[in-house]
Write a protein that binds this ligand. Structure first.
Ligand code: MG
Length: 219
């Protein structure tokens, strides 16, 4: 895998950089139950945006939120997420090869950012927990849009603002672990490296049309 042919690499978080071992799922369930006082729907988190997940929860309860209620929901979620990660109850871990891969990008001068379904604050909590925050000075997040396919151009624009130069989608690599990451890369006109460190096998990711597929980010 030759990263130097790319000028920008955008990383997904869950299943790609880290495995929170259920800490994130539990935080969402705890938040939803504390807000609605009833069990919620079963959640399909893989590749979903937090706004999209919240919409599923609201649909399940036949509710809608105005923006202050949405902000309050995510504020509670971020509190649960932070305390779950720090509780030690979940064997959260950084995934194989991630630290070396990010360091290689840095030394080769390839810009790195996030392209994730997590809210901005949720993303920051997760990458900071693993000491990775300095690799990700910008990103596009799951509270920018519910539709992940709209996040690519946001990430490109923020890369441009941060680095004070234009980035081309054609020289951007999206790294993710689900078919939704592959769709998102395709929607923005970037290449996709799919890693089988989440819920999807290398074969499943290959058949979904990823440009590159690897078992992990170990090189
Ligand atoms: Mg993921």
């Amino acid at each position: 895998m030759d990263f130097s042919s790319y000028e920008l690499i955008l990383y997904d978080i869950d299943g790609t950089l880290v495995d929170t071992a259920g800490a994130g799922m539990a935080a969402l369930i705890e938040t939803a139950e504390s807000v609605f006082h009833a069990p919620g729907p079963s959640l399909d988190l893989a590749g979903s945006t937090d706004l999209g997940i919240l919409q599923n929860i609201l649909d399940h309860h036949g509710r809608s939120f105005h923006s202050a209620e949405r902000d309050e929901f995510f504020l509670r979620y971020h509190g649960h997420l932070q305390s779950n990660l720090y509780s030690g109850k979940y064997p959260a871990r950084i995934l194989p090869g991630v630290a070396d891969c990010l360091e290689r990008c840095r030394t080769e001068g390839v810009a790195t950012g996030l392209l994730t379904g997590n809210t901005r604050e949720g993303a920051l909590i997760k990458v900071t927990h693993f000491g990775l925050e300095h690799y990700f000075p910008f990103g596009a997040y799951g509270d920018d849009f519910a539709d992940r396919n709209l996040l690519g151009p946001v990430a490109l624009a923020r890369a441009g603002v941060f680095h004070q130069r234009a980035f081309a989608a054609s020289r951007t690599l999206v790294v993710g672990d689900t078919p939704k990451d592959i769709n998102c890369a395709r929607a923005m006109g970037a290449h996709c490296l799919a890693v089988a460190t989440g819920q999807f096998s290398a074969d499943a990711l290959r058949s979904h049309g990823a440009d590159f597929v690897r078992e992990s980010l170990l090189f």
